[in-house]
Design a binder for this molecule. Sequence first.
Ligand code: ATP
Ligand code: MG
Length: 217
Amino acid sequence: MYKQKAIRKLAIMGGTFDPIHIGHLVTAEEVRHEFGVDEVLFVPTGHPPHKSNINMTTSEHRYLMTVLATAANPSFKVSRIEIEREGVTYTIDTIKELKRIYGENVRLYFITGADAIHKILGWKDCSELLQICDFVAVTRPGYNKDELLKQVEELNRTYETNIHFLEVPALAISSSNIRKRIGELKPIKYLVPEEVENYIKKHSLYDYDLHLTEDEK
Ligand code: ATP
Ligand code: MG
């Protein structure tokens, strides 16, 4: 019978995943390895009814692409926690809910791009957030983080927070770039998992049908 293993360290990879790409997957795997994390939970954001989100792909498509991309990794899971919540989602609410679900003894690592650390101080209840979970700020090799490191050391000292840095290899990939490539009829093969490419094709996401021949349509 399938037995749920006890989780001691949980990493959280939040994002719009519109679409999920190998940058997200390599990052999650690197965090899993470097921090000895038991599980990485991918948390696709909801689809708040903002004007700025009008072009965002529906939550269900983004969720399913995330499931397809992570299915083969036994340490990766996907959560519907944000896509099922009404209205605007705040990270603090998600973290608190995950703490309730997984229990107080689980150490949480919230993964984010290094640039976002600048913005964290502006987040809702940031000091509480920084107290209740660790942060992993990911950078690409060559990223100049001297200035950021100083800020983070200051933060860690002042608030006794746990903000870590982690360099992730070779990934000048973003979802916006993938959407742009599709628009320009450029290949996205190997930038996203094959299952995700097939899903995009099947549902003509991001106007992928422009790539198809008359026979394939
Ligand atoms: P977009 O271009 O639409 O902003 P994105 O590629 O940044 O999309 P998101 O879903 O916004 O993807 O990102 C989710 C998380 O993954 C964020 O914390 C982001 O910083 C991180 N991330 C995105 N791309 C990479 C990458 N290539 N390497 C490492 N981390 C990444
Ligand atoms: Mg982004």
